[in-house]
Design a protein. Structure first.
Length: 281
């Protein structure tokens, strides 16, 4: 290998130097995909992807996923501009709650590619949590209990019509809430990653709003437990963005959270998602 990959933490994340994502050969693509599945978050430094080359690279990982609710670039319908202007102040930021991308879809994304275009002088970090590590840290009794449960995923509390005012404060992005956000999709709570074969706690509080197989009175407590456990600091990597960074995460085994602490600075990143498969146990 002509490039270097270094672990970022003991649980997740790798940093890659010396690779140009816009011109990977076939062997490098296979290596990079394996690294993304194993490390769950991979940081590529010193890239210069345009919307076109980002779309092309993303397509090499698999067909683009459907992008609901968020307006994409006119010329590049796979690309979302994740942008907050310097003067937007306290506006809600896109991705500012623990989630995995579009987990409410039948086939949620396998990978998300996020390329830095304009980064704040400070703040605006993205925090990732490993759902493989969160699962592995549970004791046998809890694992047995969770293994048979299903989770109800819905975008209701993010993108239904009543949520429109939350998004309307954002000038740089156009988010259109609609009734399809009320749809529900049931996925197993514990899934097997289709490429690594590892078990994963496929949970995120933004879109998992109910559990199947749990008494109604117990559900809020179990949801709270799952949220606090899966986002524990032991399972995290926090990414400090630099110009030229491209970060790719495995959306099947991680959650993430975009920190909104950079009022007064502009932040723009370009995001593409790769369609995954239906999660299974
Ligand atoms: C996202 O949730 O996809 C956006 C993450 C970020 O802006 O850091």
């Amino acid at each position: 290998m002509s490039y270097e990959a270094r672990p970022l933490t003991g649980v997740m994340g790798s940093e890659v130097f010396g690779l140009d994502l816009a011109s990977l050969d076939g062997d490098e693509l296979v290596d990079v995909r394996r690294l993304m599945c194993e490390s769950e978050v991979v940081v590529f430094r010193d890239q210069s992807l345009s919307p076109r080359t980002q779309s092309e690279f993303s397509e090499r990982l698999g067909p683009s996923g459907e992008v609901p609710f968020v307006e994409t670039m006119n010329d590049f319908p796979q690309v979302i501009r994740v942008v907050k202007e310097a003067d937007e102040g306290a506006a809600f930021n896109f991705g500012g709650a623990w989630h995995s991308d579009f987990s409410f879809q039948v086939e949620p994304p396998s990978f998300t590619v996020l390329a830095a275009v304009d980064v704040p002088v400070w703040g605006g970090d993205t925090v990732f949590a490993s759902m493989t590590a969160a699962w592995a840290a549970l004791g046998p009794q809890m694992r047995e209990r969770l293994s048979s449960l299903d989770a109800v995923h819905t975008a209701r509390d993010a993108y239904s019509r009543r949520m429109q005012p939350l998004h309307s404060g954002m000038r740089g992005m156009s988010i259109v809430c609609d009734d399809s956000a009320n749809d529900e999709r049931v996925h197993p709570l514990v899934t097997v990653h289709p490429e690594t074969g590892k078990e994963v706690l496929f949970f995120n509080r933004a879109y998992v709003r109910d559990l199947v197989g749990v008494d109604v009175e117990e559900t809020p407590e179990l949801l709270d437990f799952l949220h606090h456990h899966t986002t524990d600091v032991r399972f995290q990597y926090r990414h400090r963005w630099r110009a030229g960074d491209v970060v790719i995460w495995d959306n099947r085994s991680t959650q993430h959270f975009a920190i909104n602490d950079y009022a007064g600075f502009r932040r723009e990143l370009h995001r593409t998602t790769v369609r995954g498969t239906t999660p299974s146990r």
